[in-house]
Structures are given as structure tokens and as C-alpha cells.
Design a protein around this ligand. Structure first.
Ligand SMILES: *Cc1c(COP(=O)(O)O)cnc(C)c1O
Length: 456
């Protein structure tokens, strides 16, 4: 890849039109320590009693009339992804205390990401408004470079030299919309030979969906090799693919130009955050395409200072966590449930855990119903659990997939079916996003369900 000569961080900042930090000497006096005796709540915020209006009853969900859910689905955006740890909330508060040049903060955050994620030389990080936003600004960066007319024009790619992105047919997914959003044309291929033959002077990049690695015919490594030879970029969407945390450094080290991870999944950062790791020049071009810059495709991909600080803390906690201990805590939750329902002849099956799964790596727990004792199917159990507010089970809840558009050709009132066929004697659900005490809540509800089930 030919580095554009003359590029450096300084010229980047001047292109952004950002004043340099030195214009604003740190005013320590402003950052005065808050009163020491301030009482802190569990999220680290000083407790400010809300005496009127929203939040004054202590149950803000009820005040708005929305149902809080117990998450037995996993880190899915439709129900809010994940929940931040108290330290992350605290960084959100601290990060909100001052004004700062967002571009300068992003560059500094990138340096911190370099350390946490042990990025290869020449790589840095960027905090984005989620992986979807990272895809938009990443592709926009490859397209526009640092050329002002192109930055303004994207997604109208008239006159852009390279506008095609190669993707394996088996890697098409709901998020390649964000690649297409930049105006590029996706070129689908299946075999390695087709991939090589698809390369032409208009080819900008190759897009890879890590979690679908087992579906395409061309591996990530092969794709990098082909793209490098042809001098075109590569982007690996590894959104849901940590833990294991090692992937944060292993994937960039494979040579991708960009790798993207969600901040709001199991990293447990702010819901609308993501991490883009990439070659520094490309990261700067991506940054030039996003907020706070105006007249850019990524102006809608805004990341606030609070989000940046909180994401860094979440990432720091994530890379330092003892994952064995985390798994043990999941085991303990499952144990609470197993013990409660054993008396109905419902037995815990051996935990399934594939630490090298491609994504959403977490232990799976399931239970077996003894049909000689109880006349209830696993589908009925899950259905009843789903109908129990506030327990949410994504695939059964009406809004599980988010709001979908109407198919004008479909017969009226035909519900969308996306139920998986399962063994009627086995049921299971996700344990990893439960909050403290919710294992007991589910155990109690299962006891009610099994108590009411007809005996065989
Ligand atoms: C979740 C997900 C995304 C979107 O990530 P956000 O951080 O929610 O924007 C993109 N690609 C894949 C494969 C995902 O699983």
C-alpha cells in the first residue's frame, strides 16, 4: 500500500481545522477537587436526590411506561446490548466534566487503545459509535483519503477512482448495508479464483465477516494475502467476537487494514460505542469522515467525550479480567437454577463451551425435562418464560428483530416466523448478561412454570 507522502498527525489536525491543544493551556484551577465528603452511589455518581419530575419515584422505567427486561438472550442491540460496570459509569461522569477538542481526545484515546490492545507498529485505534458506524467511517476513509472534495462528496462517488468492494457471498449480512451506505458497489464472489479474478482497477477493498469465517471458501488469511498482493484494503468485522480478549491483538496482527469490535457487547462499554483498530493513516482518514467534522458522511456517527472515556475504561477492565472467574460466576448462576428445578425431574445437562467459537463465545447451559414426569415441552417452557414480564427472550418477543419493514407482497397479517426447531425435551438460555440476583428470579419463575405443568 502506498502511503500518501506528506501525511502526518500535524497536517491531519490542521486539515481538521482544529486548534492545537497548546492554545488552551490546562487550567488546573478549574479541575478543582470536588468536596471529599460527597456521598457516592454505586455507579460512582454523587447521589443527587431527584425530588420532582422524571426519576423522582426511583423507577424511571415505570415512569415512562416501558418494561425492563431480564436478559436471557445475549448481547443483542434490540434489548440494549450489555450493562456497564460501576467504574465505567464513573468514567462517563468524569469524562463529562470538561470541554475538550474531540479530535484531540480521539487521537489520545487511540494511543490508549494501542496499549490496551497491543496493536502492531503503525496501527492505532478510534472510538466509533458502534461497529456499524465504524464500518461507515472506515470505508469512507478508504474512499476519500484526506481529499476535501471527496470528503464532501461521499457517498456520491462520481469521479472516485475506486468504488468496488469484494465480499464473499457467504459473508453477506445485515451490516454490509453500512458498507453500501458509503456508495460503493459490493462484488460477490464464492471461490478463491473468483475473488482473484474480481480484482480490477476499481477495486477498493475486501470485506470480511469474522463470525462467518466458517461459511466462505476463502479464509481471512488467504484474503489478506490476495488483497496485499493486489494493493487493496481489507476490513474485518469482528464485532461480537471477543472474548477471548486475545483476539483484540491477534486479529490486527494478522495484517487487516481495519478490524472492528463492538464496545456495547461483551466489552460492556457504552451501548453505542465501538473500537476501530487500523493502520494509522487509514484511522485518520476515517476520523476525518466522522463527527465532529461537518459536511461528512459520518457526521451522524457522533461519539461524545463521555462515551470515549467510558469505552476506554470498559476496555481496560475487559483486557484485565480473569475470564476463568467470569465463567465460574456463570456456572454458579446456572447452579442456582439447576438446584431449584431438580425436584421436577428437570436435570442440568453438561455445560457446553467452545472457547474458540468464532463469536459470542460464552458457555451454554441447558436442561432436560423428564417427559415421564412432566407434560411440558421445551418450547412451552421458553414461551412461558418469554411471556413473563419482565423476562425477555429475544426470538419470541414481538420486537426481537427490531422494527421490520412490511413486505408489500406478503398476505396481510402473516407473522414472520423465525423459530428454530429444537428438541422438545431440552431447553436452555444465555446466562452471561444476567445481572446479580436475576438467576434467582428465573429459577423462581421456572418453579412456577413447572409447578403448573401437567404431570405425566
Ligand atoms: C453487532 C454486530 C454489528 C454491529 O455492531 P454495533 O456495535 O452494534 O454497531 C456489526 N457486525 C456484526 C457481525 C455484529 O455482530
Amino acid at each position: 500500500m502506498i502511503l500518501k507522502s506528506g501525511w502526518n498527525r500535524r497536517s491531519f489536525l490542521s486539515v481538521l481545522g482544529a486548534a492545537t491543544g497548546s492554545l488552551f493551556a490546562p487550567r488546573a484551577a478549574i479541575a478543582e477537587k470536588k468536596e471529599k465528603d460527597e456521598k457516592h452511589g454505586i455507579d460512582g455518581h454523587p447521589i443527587v436526590p431527584i425530588k420532582s419530575g422524571l426519576g423522582s419515584t426511583g423507577d424511571v422505567y415505570k415512569e415512562l411506561g416501558v418494561t425492563p427486561l431480564v436478559n436471557i438472550v445475549g448481547t443483542v442491540t434490540v434489548i440494549g446490548g450489555s450493562v456497564m460496570k460501576p467504574e465505567v459509569m464513573e468514567l462517563m461522569r468524569q469524562g463529562n466534566q470538561h470541554f475538550v477538542l474531540i479530535n484531540e481526545l480521539e487521537v489520545a484515546a487511540g494511543r490508549y487503545i494501542e496499549k490496551l490492545c497491543k496493536t502492531p507498529p503503525g496501527y492505532t485505534g478510534l472510538v466509533t459509535g458502534g461497529v456499524a458506524a465504524g464500518i461507515v467511517v472506515g470505508y469512507a476513509g478508504m474512499l476519500t483519503e484526506d481529499l476535501e472534495p471527496r470528503l464532501k462528496a461521499c457517498p456520491d462517488l462520481t469521479g472516485f477512482p475506486k468504488t468496488e468492494v469484494i465480499i464473499q457471498k457467504a459473508h453477506r449480512n445485515n451490516f454490509d448495508h453500512q458498507v453500501r451506505q458509503t456508495g460503493v458497489t459490493l462484488v460477490e464472489v464464492e471461490t478463491k479464483e473468483q475473488m482473484i479474478n474480481a480484482i480490477n482497477p476499481k477495486t477498493l477493498a475486501m470485506h470480511y465477516i469474522n463470525i462467518q469465517s466458517d461459511r466462505g471458501q476463502v479464509s481471512g488469511r488467504e484474503m489478506i494475502e490476495i488483497a496485499t498482493k493486489a494493493n487493496i484494503y481489507t476490513f474485518n468485522d469482528a464485532s461480537a467476537d471477543v472474548p477471548p480478549k486475545e483476539r483484540l491483538w491477534e486479529y490486527p496482527a494478522q495484517g487487516w487494514d481495519f478490524v472492528a469490535f463492538s464496545g456495547g457487547k461483551d466489552i460492556c462499554g457504552p451501548q453505542a460505542s465501538g473500537i476501530l483498530i487500523g493502520k494509522e493513516k487509514l484511522i485518520r482518514w476515517a476520523q476525518m469522515n466522522m463527527s465532529p467534522q461537518e459536511d461528512r458522511i459520518g457526521r451522524s456517527s457522533k461519539v461524545g467525550k463521555e462515551t470515549i472515556f467510558a469505552l476506554l475504561k470498559a476496555l481496560e477492565l475487559f483486557v484485565n479480567q480473569d475470564y476463568d472467574a467470569v465463567i465460574k460466576s456463570y456456572d454458579e448462576r446456572a447452579e442456582v437454577i439447576s438446584k431449584a428445578i431438580a425436584k421436577f425431574g428437570v436435570t442440568a445437562l453438561p455445560r457446553e463451551f467452545e472457547p474458540q467459537a468464532l463469536g459470542n463465545v460464552t458457555p451454554h447451559y441447558s436442561w432436560q425435562i423428564d417427559q415421564t414426569k412432566l407434560k411440558i415441552t421445551s418450547q412451552e417452557v421458553i414461551h412461558q418464560l418469554a411471556e413473563t414480564k419482565p423476562v425477555g427472550i429475544g426470538s419470541l418477543n414481538a420486537d426481537a428483530g427490531g422494527m421490520r419493514g412490511r413486505n408489500p407482497d406478503a398476505p396481510a397479517n402473516q407473522p414472520e416466523h423465525h423459530h428454530r426447531q429444537q428438541d422438545p425435551t431440552k431447553f436452555g438460555f444465555a446466562m452471561w448478561q444476567l445481572k446479580e440476583g436475576e438467576d434467582k428470579y428465573i429459577a423462581d419463575r421456572l418453579v412456577e412454570i413447572f409447578s403448573a405443568a401437567p404431570k405425566a
